[in-house]
Write a new protein. Structure first.
Ligand code: SAH
Length: 342
């Protein structure tokens, strides 16, 4: 029988398992803390748990410990890129970044991606499978230990579309914020989506304190459908409607991501249309100079990004330009892959 990943269990589920094994309820608290605070990777490390319970747990469950196969360090900015191997031999990448306000980890939510955005490396080799909540948690815990850097914030912006793996993403958010474990404030967690409208609505109902980032990248349907196939299914009108509902339901401002690509989405007309879409909306525009992906032709230079940013701020939009981290090790937005060359 294949062992289940115990990190994916919620506290309540773990309590149920422990009780079923005929053990006292408080053991669940101890074990949850071993898993999510002390971040053990083996049942034998749970020293205040009896050998018999550890053995019983080990028969049915594993602690997902992904294997770090490679670590690259940026010479420019201390960014670390990790290549990790999952139990079934699949690979994902994650990135640890240093900011003045602390360390932030960018984790993957799927092996590959099916969304097909034309500028993104993560989708080129296609989609394999969803990650479990335990595999998402393991990225945070294992990399925190490996790097000896405390992780202060998490962004679900690595490989994959988090809202296409909705249940596991929610499970991850529930577990990482559970006060009986790590108790991380969801104010320090961002979830990024290419715009899966029904899932944005479902997420709104959960009323998590996360920051929702929406990858917009183009202010009109024709252009957006060309670079983001998801727009053919949920167009900009529908997307903006769901975003408004999200803000109304949660009181949280949305961050719109916009990868600036020369000659694709950075004209004066684009700025005007973007303003038309976002005016009066409680939001933030985050411009990302498009990162180079060898299979594509998209380019951006610092100057044209600054010019575009100025056009938007002249309209009164709240806009920032994201600092590119880890570009020398292909660790920047849209550069992560499930396929790799050693
Ligand atoms: N699937 C999710 C999260 C993963 S991508 C999403 O689409 O939002 C994280 C962010 O990087 C998204 O905003 C994505 O559009 C952006 N991105 C992808 N490729 C990029 C590239 N080559 N340059 C800059 N940003 C890119």
């Amino acid at each position: 029988m294949e062992r289940k990943d115990i990190l994916s269990l919620s506290f309540e589920e773990l309590s149920g398992v422990i009780e079923e094994m005929g053990e006292k309820k408080f053991r669940a608290k101890q074990i949850f803390s071993w898993l999510h605070c002390k971040k053990v990777s083996d049942f034998s490390q749970m020293t205040d748990i009896s050998l018999s319970l550890r053995t019983k747990l080990g028969e049915k469950y594993c602690i997902n410990s992904l294997k770090i196969v490679r670590r690259l360090e940026s010479k420019r900015d201390n960014t670390l890129k990790y290549l990790c191997e999952l139990e079934d031999g699949n690979h994902i990448e994650c990135v640890l970044m240093e900011y003045h306000h602390g360390n932030s980890i960018c984790i993957s939510t799927q092996v590959g991606c099916k969304m097909g955005c034309t500028f993104c490396a993560s989708t080129i080799a296609g989609y394999r499978r969803d990650l479990t909540a335990g595999e998402m948690l393991s990225q945070v815990y294992r990399i925190e230990d490996n790097s000896h850097r405390h992780i202060d914030s998490i962004v679900l912006m690595g490989i994959g579309e988090p809202l296409d793996n909705f249940d596991n993403t929610c499970r991850f958010l529930d577990n990482i914020s559970d006060a009986r474990g790590r108790g991380m404030s969801l104010r320090h967690v961002s979830v990024s989506t290419c715009g899966i409208v029904p899932r944005i609505r479902e997420l709104a109902e959960k009323k998590y304190g996360i920051t929702l980032s929406v990858s917009l990248h183009c202010p009109d349907n024709e252009g957006r459908s060309r670079i983001m196939p998801v727009n053919r299914r949920y167009d900009i009108d529908e997307l903006m409607k769901a975003c408004r509902e999200y803000t109304d339901a949660t009181g949280r401002r949305i961050s719109f991501e916009y990868a600036v690509m020369n000659g694709v989405n950075d004209s004066r007309e684009d700025a005007k249309k973007l303003y038309g879409l976002l005016k009066g909306f409680m939001c933030h525009v985050n411009l990302i100079p498009v990162n180079e992906v060898k299979e594509t032709e998209y380019k951006a230079d610092r100057h044209s990004v600054e010019v575009f940013a100025k056009m938007l701020s002249d309209y009164g939009l709240n806009v920032t330009v994201r600092r590119t981290l880890g570009a020398d090790i292909d660790a920047a937005c849209g550069q992560l892959r499930r396929e790799y060359e050693i």
